[in-house]
Ligand binder design. Structure first.
Ligand SMILES: C[S@@+](CC[C@H](N)C(=O)[O-])C[C@H]1O[C@@H](n2cnc3c(N)ncnc32)[C@H](O)[C@@H]1O
Length: 212
């Protein structure tokens, strides 16, 4: 088979059955990279908040690409947005999203980092760097079928993971007690699922090429 694909995650979540050209490895992308051969494509999705030093990530990607190879990163950006006034900025949901962002900055891993990826890639030496911004509606509030489907996925990914997303950040960095946080998250969850609130998350796709 022409291409070999290596999937990396720090957690032992790798599937057992994979196509013959794919292998998964447990690895920390924040460590020094020691791969045997250069890649022609490096793809990274939803690692915001996981990587503290993104310029180093882009430098390592650049060093580990073939000339002419590409790197692409896709990430969500907090806080949640709303363009039609249906999300009260003082609501539990809007406040939660700002507090979540604040906590990630206190943890040294801000989840608005994707806004800097384009510049950081250019500084690492990438050329033809492009940034495209998409949206994920928070829940199935949109009239359009495609965006309604995206809203269902966001509901599963973010609302479904609300407790896991919030607990360490709010208790370790913002001083919340778990019991009071659980009560607050009940309110946040209810507002996240309110189809009258037209909230959405910006999703950044940034890609660039190593010169030939
Ligand atoms: C939000 S999930 C995204 C998973 C996958 N990339 C996707 O888009 O479906 C973030 C993943 O990053 C992994 N992760 C966090 N820190 C990491 C690190 N330093 N090195 C490698 N993987 C890491 C976590 O274990 C988790 O599986």
């Amino acid at each position: 088979m022409k291409y070999r694909v290596i999937g990396i995650d720090i957690s032992p979540i790798q599937p057992e059955y994979v196509p013959p050209n794919v292998c998964f490895q447990i690895d920390d992308v924040e460590d020094d990279w020691n791969y045997d051969e250069p890649f022609d494509f490096i793809f990274c999705r939803m690692l915001t908040g996981a990587i503290a030093d993104w310029p180093r990530f882009f430098n390592q990607s650049f060093a580990n690409l073939e000339p002419g190879g590409w790197c692409e990163v896709q990430d969500i950006v907090a806080p949640v947005q709303c363009s039609d006034g249906t999300l009260d900025p003082d609501s539990a949901f809007a406040t939660w999203s700002r507090d979540l962002l604040r906590a990630t900055h206190l943890a040294g891993r801000g989840i608005d980092g994707a806004k800097l990826y384009k510049r950081q890639m250019e500084e690492a030496g990438f050329i033809n760097v492009k940034e495209e911004i998409f949206i994920w509606p928070q829940c199935p509030w949109a009239d359009d079928d495609y965006y309604r489907m995206l809203g269902r996925w966001t509901d599963v990914a973010i609302t479904g993971g609300l407790e896991a997303l919030s607990t360490a950040l709010f208790t370790r960095h913002l001083g919340w007690k778990k019991a009071e946080l659980d009560v607050y998250l009940t309110q946040v969850r209810k507002q996240m699922r309110d189809r009258g609130i037209h909230a959405y998350w910006p999703i950044y796709m940034v890609y660039g090429q190593k010169p030939e």
